[in-house]
Design a protein around this ligand. Structure first.
Ligand SMILES: NC(=O)c1ccc[n+]([C@@H]2O[C@H](COP(=O)([O-])OP(=O)(O)OC[C@H]3O[C@@H](n4cnc5c(N)ncnc54)[C@H](O)[C@@H]3O)[C@@H](O)[C@H]2O)c1
Length: 385
């Protein structure tokens, strides 16, 4: 590994995504042998020094910072990885860009597209490599879906149908805010399921099927008041607990999108189905290594839905892992994204989605929330729509 150039990582936040990314940095060179760079876990930053130190010890970070500004000032850091809640993405990203650092930022890009625009301007002005962690693009079965669509196997696309269902906020006594439940606090999360879940569906959908042109949405907040962890008092809930929208893509296809945290029995059921003139595709996060595919060109006697076990060496990313038939999972999507980011730096071609790509998703999220408020069909705000 000594032949690799170091890519010194400074990561901010050590929660769920902090672990997922740290694991990816640690593994990437073991499996992707041709990369020019080797991520070095230089520093982790969080406000609580003891907890940050414990995380650094567990994952092998060389040092700890408690103020992200200090981390950004450090000359020995090449890339800043933003794994904090959404309300601080903008400030950290702009400061990191001004300091000339590469930036890997968690999704959604920002609290809203106004913030996102500022972030895009900052990275473009600074000319720094930037990427947003919409990791589901890098599930091999999802990447295979992209290949099949780009090869024209589906023909004209008529329908796109997608959901992201969870059930963890149904109880009225679940509080809002604080370290564990910032997702329920609109001042920290920006929105509810729209930014947290639908943003993933939208990113994948526009990657697979092109821009969304128009939308009509409805949202609901089923539990109107919850105790706020910080004040200890009941406060209004300002996030969307559930969001559903209809869409027209620029290519003329029709779509439905749904996300909720009130679908009893579902923990993270992210699915999509695409119906084209010649073929259809289905994918399900609970069975993420399979792609269901129906091809009308098959001889009619044997025509039917196939369940492709996406584990062969000629499937996307799979030649890097085990042997055909042995599957990989969720954590590997982050390894793939790091590998693609590093390849992008070497080639001078940014790995997608960039901040500019993620801003397009953010614009659709904003349109969803606005349409739900006004009850009107709206343009997505994307120019090609
Ligand atoms: N790509 C995905 O699939 C995916 C999945 C989960 C979360 N996310 C995104 O990742 C981000 C983090 O989510 P999470 O689930 O890891 O959250 P988390 O609550 O598990 O971790 C957040 C971390 O940020 C730290 N933090 C908060 N404010 C900070 C500040 N001002 N300065 C420094 N550190 C601060 C916290 O101490 C904690 O370590 C969010 O933007 C979320 O939307 C993406």
């Amino acid at each position: 590994m000594s032949d690799k150039k170091p890519l010194n990582i400074g990561m901010i936040g050590y929660g769920f995504m902090g672990r997922a990314h740290s694991n990816a940095y640690a593994k990437v060179n073991h499996f992707f042998h041709d990369l020019e760079y080797r991520p070095v876990l230089k520093a982790v930053c969080a406000r609580n020094k003891e907890k940050a130190q414990a995380f650094a010890d567990a994952w092998g970070y060389e040092s700890v910072e408690t103020d992200w500004r200090k981390l950004i000032e450090r000359k020995d850091i090449d890339a800043i990885d933003i794994c904090t809640p959404n309300n601080v993405h903008r400030e950290i990203a702009i400061a990191a860009a001004e300091a000339g650092k590469m930036i890997l930022c968690e999704k959604p890009l920002a609290m809203n597209s106004g913030e996102g625009e500022e972030m895009v301007r900052a990275v473009e002005k600074a000319g720094v490599a930037n990427m947003v962690w919409y990791n589901y693009r890098r599930v091999p079965a999802v990447t295979l879906a992209k290949q099949l669509i780009d090869e024209g196997r589906l023909g004209r696309i008529f329908h796109y149908r997608t959901v992201f269902l969870q059930d963890f906020t149904i109880a009225e006594d679940v509080p809002q805010g604080g370290a564990g439940l910032w997702r329920l606090d609109a001042s920290v999360a920006g929105s509810g399921v729209t930014g947290d879940l639908l943003a993933h569906n939208i990113d994948t959908a526009m990657w697979l099927n092109g821009d969304i042109a128009r939308i009509s949405a409805m949202t609901e907040t089923f539990v109107k008041e919850r105790v706020h962890v910080e004040s200890g008092k009941k406060e209004p809930v300002k996030i969307d607990d559930a969001a559903t929208f209809m869409a027209r893509f620029a290519n003329g296809s029709l779509a439905t999108f749904e996300a909720t945290r009130y679908a009893r029995g579902h923990k993270a059921l992210y699915t999509f189905e695409i119906n084209g003139e010649h073929a259809s595709i289905q994918w399900d996060l609970h069975d993420l290594h399979r792609l269901s595919y129906f091809d009308h060109n098959d001889e009619s006697r044997v025509r039917g839905w196939r369940s492709i076990h996406v584990t062969d060496g000629d499937h996307p990313y799979m030649d890097k892992w085990w042997v055909p038939g042995l599957q990989i999972g969720y954590e590997h999507t982050f390894v793939h994204q790091v590998a693609d980011f590093i390849e992008g730096i070497s080639k001078g071609e940014p790995a997608a989605p960039t901040f500019a790509d993620a801003l397009r998703t953010q614009r659709v999220c904003d349109a969803v929330l606005k349409s739900a408020e006004t009850g009107q069909w709206l343009d997505s705000g994307l120019s090609s729509g």
